[in-house]
Design a protein around this ligand. Structure first.
Ligand SMILES: NC(=O)c1ccc[n+]([C@@H]2O[C@H](COP(=O)([O-])OP(=O)(O)OC[C@H]3O[C@@H](n4cnc5c(N)ncnc54)[C@H](OP(=O)(O)O)[C@@H]3O)[C@@H](O)[C@H]2O)c1
Length: 227
């Protein structure tokens, strides 16, 4: 049977790559954008009906409710919450305004869990709930500092995901906190290690290989990261 996915935050970058990669593997994919998304529109046009468009801004509760309503009876084998932001360029807890901290923590930590909670009733048994974390969210690997607030937002996402996974311990679903590598996107910049295609191919393989129930923190090569 054809597998189905919803990729949240698929207008460009890794989310768009994940939608395209899963469609190429024969999945039916709902890809979300929050505004104009010309690259996603081109991918949809080239997908032969494998990718369809939906809209959501994960920070906006009304927008999330509208998405859930628009989904009708749709169910998923993969719910992938990819949306994320860098936060203020200085990345400093000392310099950041309350608004900057609030916006970063909302988009990167709280809103992904909120939308996941709304979509979880639609996740099929044996399916996967994936969050785009980062190796920078690892407390154990943070020996060098830098990107302080962004790190904190992804560490918070990992912790909130652990709590969600604990609540879901009786459901036969896989929960993944994923590091995509350092990838050449608007966020990763032109000097990053790998291209989007390499990252999303790896991530799709990791998702396919890790369907057993439980919560895992893995990179795009399938290696386990320390919390
Ligand atoms: N690139 C890397 O090296 C790297 C490494 C580790 C982790 N990550 C993580 O990977 C994810 C994707 O990053 P990327 O590199 O592909 O960055 P990107 O090109 O900047 O894409 C970010 C995506 O998130 C969406 N988004 C942001 N805020 C949103 C919101 N409130 N509601 C809905 N969508 C929202 C953006 O939509 P718009 O087009 O509407 O802005 C865009 O689709 C992020 O979670 C990031 O933290 C990236």
């Amino acid at each position: 049977m054809t597998k189905s996915a919803i990729i949240i935050g698929a207008s460009r970058g890794l989310g768009l790559g994940l939608a395209t990669e899963h469609a190429a593997r024969g999945w039916q994919v709902i890809a979300t954008a929050r505004g104009d998304a010309p690259d996603l529109a081109a991918a949809i046009a080239a997908s032969g009906g494998r990718i369809t468009l939906a809209h959501v801004d994960i920070d906006d509760a009304d927008s999330v409710a509208a998405l859930v309503a628009a989904l009708g009876e749709a169910r998923f084998d993969l719910i992938f919450v990819n949306a994320g932001v860098t936060g203020p360029g200085h990345a400093s807890a000392a310099k950041a305004s309350a608004e900057e901290i609030g916006a970063l923590m909302m988009t990167n930590a709280t809103a992904p869990i909120r939308i996941a909670e709304r979509l979880l009733p639609r996740l099929n048994d044996g399916g996967t709930l994936a969050f785009m974390s980062s190796i920078l969210g690892s407390v154990g690997l943070n020996t060098g500092g830098g990107y302080d607030l962004y790190r904190a937002s992804k560490a918070a996402l990992n912790t909130l995901t652990r709590s969600l996974a604990a609540r879901l311990k009786d459901r036969p679903v896989s929960i993944l906190s994923l590091h995509p590598g350092w990838v050449r996107t608007a966020m990763g910049g032109p000097s990053a290690d790998i291209d989007v295609e390499t990252s999303v191919r790896g991530l799709a393989d990791v998702i396919a290989a890790n369907t057993a129930p439980g919560h895992r923190y893995l990179d795009y090569k399938g290696d386990t990261l320390p919390w």
